[in-house]
Design a binder for this molecule. Structure first.
Ligand SMILES: Nc1ncnc2c1ncn2[C@@H]1O[C@H](COP(=O)(O)OP(=O)(O)OP(=O)(O)O)[C@@H](O)[C@H]1O
Ligand SMILES: [Mn+2]
Length: 621
């Protein structure tokens, strides 16, 4: 009969034989699990288990030295065996609980980085669902029937849970109070600077108008005749309903209009939307929740984006998630090679609104199902050809475009769920044509060349003399845009657009912010060149910026609060804290730049508020 000591030694020897070296704690395999001496066999355990094993083994060694009789050896062997058994049971329960996802609690908002697979919370969300899968793959033997199921079921279950959670969060337009019970955002929007009296809008200050009854009748007759020549009226109706579209019951009465139409009809010469319009919340809610009936690739621009359609005939521009929230743009990438970020599109909309501009079409985040919301409904051959299932079992696609549309840069669901941004579409170009303007401060989009404005300190003097910047508010509009871009570090403003209908007397549309919020640890001073070189800023903008720099409002705080209204916040905050702090830092830089201008120049402030009393505006100069 072996003594416990001999038994241990012989088992150790067999272990050495099997792994070819001493089975001590220094041997690690590639998955960083440790090969340790465990009772009578060599096994692979995690570092946590290894610490427990070390302790048990130390106790056993000390006792071995003190005892000399065979019975004590035997007793010790029993103790050791019991200890190992207990340890094994403990390890088993730990491993098991790692496989079971606790049910979601409504009070805890998950904070998960969906791309890095690093779950910091276990509530069920899309990321948690994907992590569930990732975890089960990591732990291999954890996958149990009833907990996971097939990829298909897992994706769909978690998808509906995500959707439910996301739905609960949707209330865009209603700021949620902060911990102290006070909503900084609500108070900001109540401030006189956000409620400036506007000149009464004339008929030609609206982008679109409804036709008169007579005009409408005429058109209806024409359309009916056209339809009759192709197919009968009832055929047309049932065909559209079959495709999943709502029956059209709109009349001239505003109340019958779908939210996207209300948005279109609300576009004026001076802003894209009225922040106080309650229908905006309906619009974003609709985009975030309604079934997607169609998805095709949107032409124009360089990166992949889709045009999606909804049952009420509304449309949105979809940009998919490509990077984790925390990923900073590679320092060796030029700005024009940077990926577009869906969360940047969402955050830009909120920032523009918080700055009081209202020049970005409403954008909302959503979790979609790549398979049912895109692959199954697309009629775009060029798009559907690019779908594939990745080795990890995720459904991916890459589309066809200039940048990053290849199988090396796929957009992937997990396995079906994907975060996207959805921007409300502007009225069709046939109804409301737009003019595209090359920005005077456009970058060179070259690895070697500098743009004129980068070489000529007096560049703005030329711009100021050049139409349309030589009169009206165009120059200060451009500077507003530069401030917005500097705050979010957007270097990609090569063009901007205006509605042709309004000529040069109008606001500038702020579109395309996918490359904003690329780096939080670094600022890009050159984006502020229009302000620094021209030393000019709108008074209302300056006063709002000063307001936002005050601790009782603080840009980062109101942005955090505003972004919390987006459904994707349920997955992870749309801007990480470093990005939010960067906003405060950059705001201070903007205000310092204005101060430097004022120190050396007269006529820095473009007074767009001359009728308003400073006192009424919060005592700001
Ligand atoms: N909400 C919108 N409604 C209607 N058209 C839009 C909207 N947003 C963008 N567009 C149009 O689509 C074009 C391409 O969109 P976007 O600029 O976002 O794509 P992009 O690939 O990022 O472009 P680029 O590579 O040139 O920066 C824009 O120039 C604009 O004319
Ligand atoms: Mn872009």
């Amino acid at each position: 009969m072996f003594s416990a000591f001999e038994w241990e030694r012989s088992a150790k020897a067999s272990c050495v034989e099997r792994i070819g070296r001493r089975p001590d704690y220094t041997v690690t395999d590639k998955q960083s699990a440790f090969l340790v001496w465990r009772g009578s066999k060599c096994s692979s355990v995690t570092p946590g288990e290894r610490r427990g094993e070390e302790q048990g083994r130390e106790i056993m060694v000390r006792l071995n030295l003190r005892q000399s009789t065979r019975s004590i050896y035997l007793g010790l062997a029993c103790v050791s065996l019991t200890l190992h058994l207990l340890l094994a049971l403990f390890c088993l329960s730990v491993l098991q609980s790692a496989c079971i996802l606790p049910t979601s609690s409504s009070s805890s908002v998950p904070r998960i980085d969906p791309v890095s697979h690093a779950s910091s919370s276990s509530s069920s969300s899309s990321a948690a669902a994907s992590n569930k899968q990732a975890n089960s793959r990591q732990h291999g033997d954890c996958h149990k029937p009833g907990v996971g199921g097939t990829f298909e079921n897992e994706g769909n279950d978690s998808f509906s849970e995500d959707l439910e959670r996301a739905r609960k969060l949707i209330g865009v337009g209603k700021p949620s109070p902060t911990e102290s019970g006070r909503s900084k955002l609500q108070e900001l929007f109540k401030h006189p600077l956000y409620n400036l009296p506007r000149p009464k809008l004339q008929e030609d200050d609206w982008l679109l108008r409804l036709k008169t009854d007579a005009e409408a009748e005429e058109i209806e007759k024409e359309e009916k005749a056209n339809r009759d020549s192709v197919t009968s009226d009832s055929d047309w109706q049932s065909a559209s309903e079959e495709e999943g579209y709502d029956k059209v019951t709109w009349t001239r009465d505003k109340e019958t209009h779908p939210p996207w139409l209300r948005f279109h009809l609300g576009i004026s010469r001076w802003e894209l939307y009225d922040r106080k319009d309650l229908h905006l919340a309906q619009l974003t809610h609709y985009l975030a929740t309604r079934r997607i009936l169609g998805a095709v690739q949107k032409k124009g621009g360089t990166q992949l984006k889709l045009l999606v359609s909804f049952p009420n005939y509304g449309q949105a521009l979809l940009k998919p998630m490509r990077q984790s929230r925390d990923a900073e743009t590679d320092v060796n990438l030029f700005y024009f090679s940077d990926f577009e970020r869906h969360n940047a599109e969402i955050a830009a909309f909120h920032l523009d609104r918080v700055l009081g501009f209202n020049r970005i079409p409403p954008v909302v985040g959503r979790l979609i199902n790549v398979t049912t919301d895109i692959r199954d409904v697309t009629t775009d051959e060029r798009l559907s050809r690019t779908f594939f299932t990745s080795p990890a079992g995720n459904v991916c696609f890459y589309g066809q475009c200039e940048y990053y549309c290849s199988s090396e840069h796929p957009v992937c669901g997990r396995p079906h769920v994907l975060e996207v941004s959805l921007a409300t579409m502007l009225p069709d170009l046939s109804l409301a044509p737009r003019r595209s303007w090359r920005s005077p401060w456009r970058r060179s989009y070259s690895r070697t060349k500098l743009a004129q404005w980068e070489k000529d300190a007096a560049y703005c003097d030329t711009v100021k003399k050049t139409p349309p910047y030589n009169r009206g508010s165009r120059l200060v509009d451009l500077i507003d845009m530069a401030v917005l871009d500097f705050l979010m570090s957007n270097m990609d403003r090569h063009h901007y657009e205006t509605f042709e209908e309004f000529g040069n007397e109008t606001f500038l549309l702020h579109l395309d912010h996918g490359r904003a919020f690329g780096r939080h640890s670094q600022d890009e001073p050159s984006v502020l060149a229009p302000l620094v070189q021209c030393c000019r800023i709108r008074r209302s903008t300056l006063l709002r910026l000063r307001l936002l720099s005050r601790p009782d409002f603080r840009l980062s705080d109101v942005m955090r609060e505003s972004l919390a209204q987006d459904p994707l916040t349920a997955v992870a905050p749309l801007l990480s804290e470093p990005h939010l702090s960067a906003l405060d830092r950059r705001l201070a830089t903007v205000l310092a730049a204005v101060q430097t201008c004022q120190d050396g120049n007269e006529d820095v402030v473009y007074d767009d508020l001359d009728e308003h009393d400073d006192q009424q505006l919060g005592g700001n100069p």
